[in-house]
Design a protein. Structure first.
Length: 298
């Protein structure tokens, strides 16, 4: 289905230890995390909060296990503070990822985000950007995109639950407001399904802009409870709203077919934040790896 050596498969460390809720997976070490990634058959990883920030140390640990860094999360505050503050932090992240050999930088706007708030209802309190905030976001992302290009890297924007860019309409607006040469898109199956959108339709709409893919699934029963009970994003994660591809309701076969037909090149990253005490990270990593091989041939 995919051309040889054009698509590589990574997994995010958030299944082992959660960046937003450090109590989830507190006892899981960095070494355990990357060793189990390699054991499950992955080639790459994104960066988690327990990863060494020294490129030399991180390279050494990954090379022992045949892994590479695909990217890492970056929180932008372009709607909430001076551009210069976000740009300074972005440059530091860019330079670190460049040393690690990554080609993309995952960026999500966190101005007025509720994704890290334990008791704020995810759907009822969703932030909605004003016209001035949209303008600041678009202008700021353009600047960050140009900074990324200085290192021959791409900014990939991560639409995310609990933020001002969550829905298909908001993704479309952001793409319309930004230059394709400066801002690309991270396509996340789980966040789209959680938001009530059709991932396949969003994929077809924005295929030319997509340069990074997060593969996650959802448990519809849990998502419905999040809506009906007014749960927060963090409460949703704890309840098990997310799971790995093949363990939920998303039809990945069509998604893989569309990406293959468009000659997608880059990383697929399995990213399913769950409580590791309830969903063994190695077990679910293996489950996802087997499913992706069966459905996509990767």
């Amino acid at each position: 289905m995919f051309k040889e050596h054009t698509v590589r498969l990574a997994i995010a460390p958030i299944a082992w230890t959660n960046d937003d809720m450090p109590e989830l997976g507190r006892d899981n070490t960095f070494e355990q995390c990357i060793s189990e990634m390699a054991l499950a058959g992955y080639e790459g990883s994104e960066v988690g909060n327990k990863y060494p920030r020294s490129p030399e140390r991180l390279h050494r640990a990954l090379e022992l296990r045949g892994l590479q860094i695909a990217s890492a999360w970056f929180s932008a505050y372009l709607t909430a503070g001076p551009y210069e503050e976000t740009a300074k932090a972005f440059i530091a992240q860019r330079d670190f990822l460049h040393e690690m050999g990554a080609k993309v930088i995952v960026v999500s706007e966190q101005g007025r985000s509720i994704q890290g708030q334990m008791d704020t209802p995810l759907f009822a309190a969703k932030p909605v950007f004003t016209e001035s905030e949209w303008a600041a976001l678009a202008k700021g992302l353009g600047g960050l995109g140009r900074l990324a290009a200085e290192k021959d890297m791409a900014l990939v924007y991560h639409h995310h639950m609990g933020t001002g860019v969550q829905t298909a309409a908001e993704i479309t607006r952001l793409m319309e407001l930004t230059d394709p040469g400066e801002v690309s898109l991270l396509f996340d199956t789980g966040h789209l399904a959680f938001a009530g959108e059709n991932p396949l339709e969003v994929l077809r709409t924005h295929l030319p802009r997509i340069k990074h893919v997060h593969l996650k699934d959802i448990r519809p029963g849990v998502v419905q409870r999040v809506i009906s009970d007014g749960l927060s994003f963090l409460q949703a994660v704890k309840a098990g709203a997310f799971t790995v591809p093949g363990d939920g309701c998303i039809a990945f076969a069509e998604i893989f077919e569309e990406l293959a037909a468009a000659s997608y090149s880059g990383w697929f990253v399995v990213e399913a934040e769950q409580d590791p005490a309830l969903a063994d990270p190695l077990e679910y990593a293996i489950k996802a790896r087997r499913y992706i091989r069966e459905v996509s041939g990767l």
